[in-house]
Design a protein around this ligand. Structure first.
Ligand code: ZN
Length: 343
């Protein structure tokens, strides 16, 4: 029998509990996922308070780890590195409009590189914001600063906010400009940033709507919010149901379909300018390694790598074409949206 509650956001009493899910790290609590038929919001119940949520993030949470500080574009003379560099430069230049040095400009090579960039844009492992010359970028929930470190190398004036002390300690150690607090506490000036980025962060914010208002205030007119979130409309979610990693309660407070995310942005004063379904092999079955652990009760952790396209080349090659098909049908496990502050 269906269970109904009253929507916390619009008071519709016909809000349906669509799943009851076991918390995946400590495994001793259950949370529910509610979906409102009126306002379209999908949210976790109960929503843990900001003061309590910290205990659900263990020290080895993936975005809190120290990262490799070698250059994004390496100076190595090896043929393999040189080839990888050329691919990265082609993607940076042709897809995102970045300034790159030593880039071939000959009439035959350039169109070829553009073609290669289109093919390989999903393989370099990063989705970047568009280049704004000397632009000021803020990464909200920047973790240990992996993305900011690359953006700094690529010419941005980089800033980050990260409430986890442990993660922000490392990012400060590598010279990044980070505030250890929530966005609302950071008190940036009005019209300050060209880009505010949320990579797998928006779903972790209990005060989602306040964050969007604050983001609009600190962005320049015409500035961009860039968002990457799990896609509730993905094929992976449809197949796996409550076992889908993207729910991840109580760390994820909200769950986004592309339509709900775009409508929410419009209501908060943004114009959606780009909607991307990343054909990245990593975005085809990201739940698989976790599902393996769940089904085997973590008895065979060594075999989990066979379900991870970053560690299994054969799997990655199989997932590349599937990624393109999913992207074509807007079914990838995450969605990327860019939206501009209305002028
Ligand atoms: Zn509602």
């Amino acid at each position: 029998m269906k269970k109904y509650i009253t929507c916390k956001y619009c008071n519709d009493p016909k809000t349906v509990i669509i799943h009851r899910i076991k918390e995946r790290v400590f495994k001793n609590e259950y949370f529910e996922i509610a979906k409102c038929p009126s306002c379209g919001i999908i949210y976790t119940c109960p929503q843990i308070s900001k003061d309590e949520i910290g205990k659900y993030y263990t020290g080895d949470y993936y975005s809190y780890q120290p990262f490799d500080t070698s250059s994004f574009i390496s100076n190595s003379k090896s043929f393999k590195k040189k080839l990888t560099n050329l691919l990265k430069k082609a993607v940076l230049k042709e897809i995102y409009g970045y300034n790159v040095t030593d880039y071939p400009q000959t009439p035959i090579i350039k169109p070829l590189l553009k073609f290669i960039a289109i093919i390989f844009q999903h393989q370099i492992g990063y989705y970047l914001p568009p280049f704004v010359g000397n632009g000021r970028v803020l990464d909200v929930g920047c973790g240990s600063g992996t993305l900011l470190y690359k953006l700094k190398e690529l010419g941005f004036d980089t800033h980050g906010v990260e409430p986890s002390q442990k993660a922000s300690e490392w990012s400060k150690e590598v010279g990044l400009n980070i505030k250890s607090c929530d966005l609302n506490e950071a008190k940036y000036p009005d019209n300050y940033f060209d880009i505010v980025n949320y990579s797998h962060v928006l779903e972790h914010l209990p005060d989602l709507f306040e964050n969007l208002n604050e983001t609009k205030r600190i962005l320049k007119k015409g500035g961009l919010i860039t968002i990457d979130v799990p896609n509730v409309s993905s094929l992976e979610r449809i197949i796996l149901g409550k076992y889908w990693l993207g729910w991840d309660p109580p760390r994820h407070y909200f769950h986004f379909t592309p339509e709900f995310l775009k409508n929410t942005l419009r209501k908060h004063g943004f114009n959606v300018v780009k909607e991307l379904y990343p054909a990245d092999p990593r975005k085809v079955i990201p739940t698989a390694p976790y599902l393996w652990d769940y089904l085997t009760k973590c008895k065979y952790p060594k075999l989990r790598k066979y379900f991870d396209p970053d560690k299994n080349t054969v799997l990655r090659l199989i997932l590349i074409p599937i990624g393109y098909v999913l992207a074509f049908f807007k079914q990838t496990a995450s969605i990327i949206i860019w939206a501009e502050v209305k002028k």
